[in-house]
Design a protein around this ligand. Structure first.
Ligand SMILES: [Mn+2]
Length: 319
């Protein structure tokens, strides 16, 4: 008689069964035991959201929807199967979530920096699932080597720190300016009319390259990082509101005039090809606001897996 697996995630491998780790990767409880190329870490923090909270459930929901990709991502456009080897060889490992300390953003952010440092010391690339956009600063702070940072976002997230409000999602990219190892900041997809003029002026004065959404359209989504030197290390932060508002009902900060899926795909492809991506985050899905199908979480799972697939493809080609 053929041997059958009795429990979930093996034979039939349905997305609605089993414990939801990212892409059904193995779960690693202790970072000391981590042996991976890519480590998935959730940061369920949304106390930095000034409007409707709920993105603390982003990582969990994106993990659930990631189970719908079974063993690989297949792209009919080029007949490629992404992440097939990485998943088969258990090179993607889910290390779970940061143990958030409610109402103590400072403590939570210290934990983020510590765990991201530990992941890097084990030789794995951090893949962070938010949470709101606050989390990028403590993640980037954990890097020691010089890196370029690319932010895909409708908004600048460049507010000045006022009244002690450090760990909120509207300040994280201004905070990056303090970090000496951040060689450059490129802010792509910017278009929100809620952004303050002074923040744009400050960011430019601090050396930021702003690629507005109209510029993405004018020059093409594959040209967003023409100014960056090829082959250097870079960290990529994706706010789901980089996508057009119509695609992200489960995001409180959606803005019209944003990326289509194909445009973002081309952008991520060009980043993966040109740069050496050493880490990424994906933030701001709020599942409680989403439509019944969870389409925003699904888009998140697709975006992260696809980008990881592009990165992994390049690494494999280089081997
Ligand atoms: Mn943002």
């Amino acid at each position: 008689m053929e041997k059958e697996n009795l429990r979930s995630g093996q034979d039939a491998n349905r997305g609605y069964s089993g414990v939801p780790t990212f892409l059904r990767s193995p779960y690693c409880e202790k970072i000391e035991d981590l042996d991976a190329d890519y480590a998935i870490l959730g940061v369920p923090y949304d106390e930095g959201s000034p409007f409707v909270g709920g993105s603390r459930f982003c990582a969990r929901s994106v993990r659930e929807h990631s189970l719908r990709f079974r063993g690989a991502l297949y792209d009919i456009e080029n007949d490629k199967e992404y992440l097939k080897e990485a998943l088969k060889n258990k090179r993607i490992i889910d290390v779970g979530d940061i143990d958030v300390v409610p109402s103590r953003g400072d403590k939570t952010m210290e934990k983020v920096t510590t765990v991201v440092t530990q992941i890097q010391m084990k030789g794995a690339m951090p893949v962070i699932l938010g949470g709101d956009h606050t989390i990028t600063y403590p993640v980037v702070r954990a890097y020691k080597k010089p890196i370029h940072v690319i932010q895909l976002d409708a908004h600048m997230d460049y507010d000045p720190i006022s009244k002690g409000m450090t760990y909120i999602n509207s300040t994280s990219f201004r905070l990056l300016h303090e970090l000496k190892h951040v060689k450059s900041l490129t802010q792509v997809g910017i278009r929100s009319m809620r952004d303050k003029r002074q923040n744009i002026l400050d960011a430019r004065e601090n050396g930021s390259t702003i690629v507005t959404m109209p510029e993405v359209r004018k020059n093409g989504p594959g040209k967003i990082i023409n100014h960056l030197p090829e082959g250097e290390d870079c960290y990529v932060s994706i706010d789901v509101d980089a996508y057009d508002m119509s695609l992200v009902p489960g995001c409180v900060s959606g803005e019209p005039g944003g990326f289509t899926f194909d445009e973002l795909k081309i952008s991520l492809q060009s980043i993966a090809r040109k740069m050496n991506v050493v880490g990424l985050d994906f933030v701001e899905v709020n599942p409680s606001l989403d439509v019944g199908t969870g389409s925003t979480s699904y888009l998140g799972a697709l975006t992260v897996s696809m980008f990881l697939g592009f990165i992994d493809e390049k690494v494999r080609m280089g081997k």
